[in-house]
Design a protein around this ligand. Structure first.
Ligand SMILES: Cc1cc2nc3c(=O)[nH]c(=O)nc-3n(C[C@H](O)[C@H](O)[C@H](O)COP(=O)(O)O)c2cc1C
Length: 435
């Protein structure tokens, strides 16, 4: 058994649930978000540490210059804005952390600091911010730009953005609200200070007009994969999301992030790393293998959805490339660079058509009964050193969620591998302990 229990998260897409199976009544009604309320309650009952809500800000028409495939498969659009949905999910739960994605390239620091401070208040200290720098010119074009700034410059902007936001969160001292009826003071103005920031990319006066939030600094989540992105994450994040290839890739990534965190003067144990997995679960091994074969048999669907992924998050138009050849060396991206490198590795020398139509986005393959998958997760954590897994299923369904929360999680809990409760009120405190 692994030395320590590990953590669980869910990669949430506020997009249409699995509408192709014909089993989902939620295919149309998901936008009222009650589907996600049920989902987050299932996760809290199962002992998840967090539900993360990804985001992007465009409808991509990169593949062949049309939004046809993007909208046909509904992978990234249509979707809901995660930020308002956080309040609803938090109101329906008590303990689980909820992480919303927001971009440092396409937001204003003051607005973002205020929004996440407000979310931290209304969730009673259970919110996290997934910091992204955005990856798509199509998104930039919705915010007055023609193209995104270059990849490393986006991280430079993000560093200043996080500095400003942090100082705004700190612009209210913890004891600034006195509510002293006798003296007639609600807030003490000597404990609320402007920040007077004038930097290369931002000019912000402050102070925030929202009081200091329960966590002070909401949990910071990040998914840097390139060397520049890893530095940014190791310096700023409490939790990281990643999809390195295989056990050795997972160990390399975690060791590297921990070393970088130490370099920035941090305790590496304060930085938790989550590996993306997509288990295929059956009551028997044969049933699980059958499900996997059925999934892989739909090659045209898999090929088209991978083309949407590449187009949407890497802005690479694969329609101009010969699908019967490997990805040419000269193809690069200003989008998710680290992800592109990992995918190219996973493609190996295979042709685009062959590799894309058999690909699943996950650090390791997990196929089998709950007991078999629990064994594999246990061994992986032991080898890698910790910290946890994040489940991804895009699109997802109630049936799949229950296979994880009612099938796999009880098996993990029986073995003492996941939490049995939440000892603290705040997300960060729960993440750092299993009390
Ligand atoms: C699990 C995971 C989740 C991510 N979620 C988002 C997201 O919601 N929105 C987004 O714009 N980028 C998202 N990204 C992209 C990352 O922020 C980052 O750009 C990517 O991993 C590539 O790393 P790099 O920026 O260092 O090249 C995600 C990446 C991973 C691995």
């Amino acid at each position: 058994m692994a030395a320590d229990p590990f953590r669980l998260g869910w990669f949430g897409n506020l997009t249409a649930p699995d509408w192709r199976s014909g089993w989902s009544e939620d295919a149309i009604s998901w936008t009222d978000a009650r589907y996600y309320v049920d989902m987050v309650r299932d996760m809290e009952r199962a002992g998840f540490d967090f539900m993360m809500l990804e985001d992007s800000l465009m409808v991509s028409d990169i593949y062949a210059g049309t939004a046809e495939l993007e909208l046909k498969h509904a992978l990234y659009a249509p979707k809901l804005d995660p930020v308002p949905v956080v309040s609803m999910l938090a109101y329906a739960t008590e303990h689980i952390g909820i992480v919303a994605t927001a971009s440092t390239t396409l937001s204003a620091p003051y607005t973002l600091a205020r929004t996440f401070s407000t979310l931290d208040h209304v969730t009673r200290g259970r919110v996290g911010w997934n910091i992204v720098t955005s990856s798509e010119d199509r998104a930039a074009q919705n915010f007055g730009m023609d193209t995104l700034p270059e990849h490393d410059l986006r991280y430079e902007i993000a560093e200043e953005f996080v500095d400003v936001v942090t100082r705004l969160w700190d612009s209210w001292e913890p004891d600034a609200i006195v509510a002293d009826a006798e003296r007639g003071y609600y807030a003490d103005h000597t404990k609320v200070r402007p920040i007077h920031h004038v930097g290369k990319h931002f000019k912000v006066r402050g102070p925030l007009n929202t009081p200091r939030s329960p966590q002070g600094r909401p949990m910071i989540c990040q998914a840097g994969a390139s060397p520049r992105g890893r530095d940014f994450a190791a310096k700023n994040a409490d939790m990281l999301l990643c999809i390195p290839n295989g056990l050795d890739g997972m160990k390399e990534y975690r060791d590297d992030i921990r070393a970088r965190a130490e370099f920035f003067g941090r305790d590496p144990d304060d930085v938790k790393v989550f590996f993306v997995v997509q288990p295929i679960i059956g009551r028997t091994m044969d049933e699980a293998l059958g499900k996997r074969d059925e999934m892989l048999a739909d090659r045209q669907h898999l090929f088209e959805t991978q083309m949407v992924h590449f187009g949407a998050i890497m802005e690479i138009d694969f329609s101009v490339l010969d699908p019967d050849l490997p990805i040419p060396d000269e193809v690069t991206t200003n989008g998710h660079q680290g992800t592109f490198d990992t995918w190219k590795q996973a493609f190996g020398g295979r042709t685009i058509k062959d590799a894309a139509s058999s690909m699943r986005v996950a650090s390791m393959e997990l196929v089998g009964t709950p007991s078999h998958i629990a064994d594999e997760m246990d061994k992986a954590m032991e080898y890698v050193g910790g910290d946890g897994f994040m489940f991804l299923a895009q699109p997802t369904s109630r049936q799949y969620i229950h296979e994880i929360t009612e099938g796999l999680c009880p098996e993990l809990r029986r073995r003492g591998l996941i939490r049995t409760g939440y000892a603290h009120q705040h997300f960060r405190d729960n993440m750092r302990s299993f009390g």
